[in-house]
Design a protein around this ligand. Structure first.
Ligand SMILES: NC(=O)c1ccc[n+]([C@@H]2O[C@H](COP(=O)([O-])OP(=O)(O)OC[C@H]3O[C@@H](n4cnc5c(N)ncnc54)[C@H](OP(=O)(O)O)[C@@H]3O)[C@@H](O)[C@H]2O)c1
Length: 439
């Protein structure tokens, strides 16, 4: 049958690129787990002559071998074999600080570029490692270390580099978002939502890093490094736990037109970086309010370009592997472009503060008795804090009564002493849950 030119074009070999394997950049993969295996699969299936997998390193690698890995790929459990190999790029996917940090330092010192998805490593040592890469004429890319498959870090480092960003906020932890959005949709207790997340593999048996904000603040410090050009240690960012949030908070939040999400935010107002991670009220109809299950969302605010949004799968082998392979492509292109001049990193080291000014949601759980509101109002008034509303839904047990006071905007530092005074009140069954209301 006679074919029109467009149909012919569709039927022809889609790869006009070189398949000469000798021209491809040699890639050594360290860590053949969830992400490493998915990266190897993409590299083995691409076969486009740009990237060639030469080594796979994993402890006790015999149990990891796969029939789809070409027979000329060398398997090893010895980092030194990788460092002594002719690999141009090392992919670090073992995770954690040790021995990942040593491996990455040695690879960069040997002039090999490194691609990693390791948020702990970049959050703690990113600036030093970037400097080391630059002074050895190679590259360090870490696009998968925040928000998995969502290309927010490459956007910050290239697509938005023409702007002057001053704010970054995100839903950066899929486990917390899964739990909070399940409590929201099914009105189940926190403990039940956590068990469900663990059963589905969205939360680890010990989910403390996720629930208490450690994971999200490490990611926020990486976003601040890449987008705001500041050096901030994760430990300097306040992290508030999501554990006390319960179904009743979603009822009260709904009365205010809001829902609850774990929000990580950083605002640069030189000489201070305001940063905080923790559960927050957000308008139900806002981009944050609409993020369900384990998705991630990052919003950036720039002086010239205004606001941008990045949404997608924050974890999972395949989405994260796409981010890793995209970094590999970028490095391979850069190597082809020739050596880069050494440029010292220009990073500010601002004072880090959590003293945002916002309206607040205070949820109390009390044994009901006369005079409770009067007691609380007296403390708030003594600290010059203005009540916006008092919410009390009917139908609760008077022995464990949840009710809410919302406050007009005030600074965190102004509210904190009032909360301490309130914690001493004998009718309070639990410490007051205090959440910022983000508009
Ligand atoms: N999974 C995700 O969705 C995701 C998303 C974003 C970023 N990341 C990051 O990606 C990296 C890898 O995560 P992953 O989920 O793939 O982890 P993983 O499934 O635990 O894989 C890690 C692999 O490295 C191997 N390994 C660990 N220590 C080693 C050592 N000292 N020497 C040799 N091999 C070693 C492990 O071997 P064994 O089999 O013996 O344990 C395992 O095969 C981490 O930095 C993680 O934070 C993951």
């Amino acid at each position: 049958m006679h074919k029109t030119p467009p149909e012919q074009a569709l039927d022809t070999d889609p790869a006009p690129v070189s398949r000469d394997r000798s021209l491809a950049r040699r890639v050594a993969l360290v860590g053949f787990g969830t992400v490493g295996r998915a990266v190897a699969k993409i590299l083995c299936e691409r076969g486009d002559g740009v990237l060639r997998l030469t080594h796979i390193c994993n402890r006790n690698f015999e149990r990891k071998k796969q029939p789809w890995v070409p027979s000329d790929v060398i398997w090893t459990e010895d980092f030194q074999t990788i460092l002594n190999s002719g690999a141009d790029i090392v992919i670090e996917l073992i995770g954690g600080l040790h021995p990942a940090e040593d491996l990455v330092r040695c690879a960069l010192t040997a002039g090999k570029s490194v691609v990693t998805a390791n948020k702990q490593l970049i959050a703690r040592h990113g600036p030093d490692l970037l400097q080391l890469a630059s002074s050895n004429g190679c590259q360090l890319e870490f696009g998968a270390s925040v928000a998995g498959g969502v290309p927010v870090l490459p956007a910050l480092r290239t697509g938005l580099s023409g702007d002057r960003l001053h704010g970054i906020a995100g839903i950066l932890n899929g486990t917390c978002n899964y739990i909070l959005s399940r409590i929201e949709s099914a009105r189940i207790p926190f403990s039940e939502a956590l068990e469900e997340a663990q059963a589905r593999g969205y939360a680890e048996a010990d989910a403390s890093e996720d629930l208490d904000g450690g994971d999200a603040r490490a990611k926020l410090s990486i976003l601040a490094l890449a987008g705001l050009h500041v050096r901030v240690s994760p430990g300097d960012i306040r992290a508030r736990t999501v554990r006390p949030v319960d179904a009743v908070d979603f009822d009260y939040a709904a009365e205010l037109g809001c829902t609850i999400r774990q929000i990580s935010r950083a605002d640069l107002k030189q000489p201070t970086l305001f940063a905080d991670v923790g559960p927050s009220l957000v308008p139900a109809s806002s981009p944050f309010g609409r993020v369900q299950r384990n998705l991630n969302l990052v919003l950036t605010s720039g002086e010239y370009g205004g606001d941008m949004a990045f949404l997608g799968a924050g974890a999972g082998g395949d989405p994260t592997a796409v981010a890793v392979v995209s970094d590999l492509m970028f490095v391979a292109e850069s190597i082809s472009a020739g050596p880069r001049p050494h440029r010292p990193l220009q990073l500010a080291s601002p004072k880090v503060s959590c003293d945002f000014e916002t309206p607040w949601y205070l949820r109390f759980l009390v044994k009901d008795q006369p005079g409770i509101i009067a007691h609380l109002a007296a403390i708030l008034s003594a600290h010059q804090l203005n009540i916006d509303a008092v919410l009390q839904k009917p139908g609760f047990d008077k022995g464990a009564l949840p009710f809410v006071i919302t406050l007009e905007p005030c600074r965190d530092a102004q509210l904190h002493p009032a909360l301490q005074e309130m914690s001493a009140l004998t009718f309070a069954l639990k410490p007051c849950l205090c959440l910022p209301i983000l508009r």
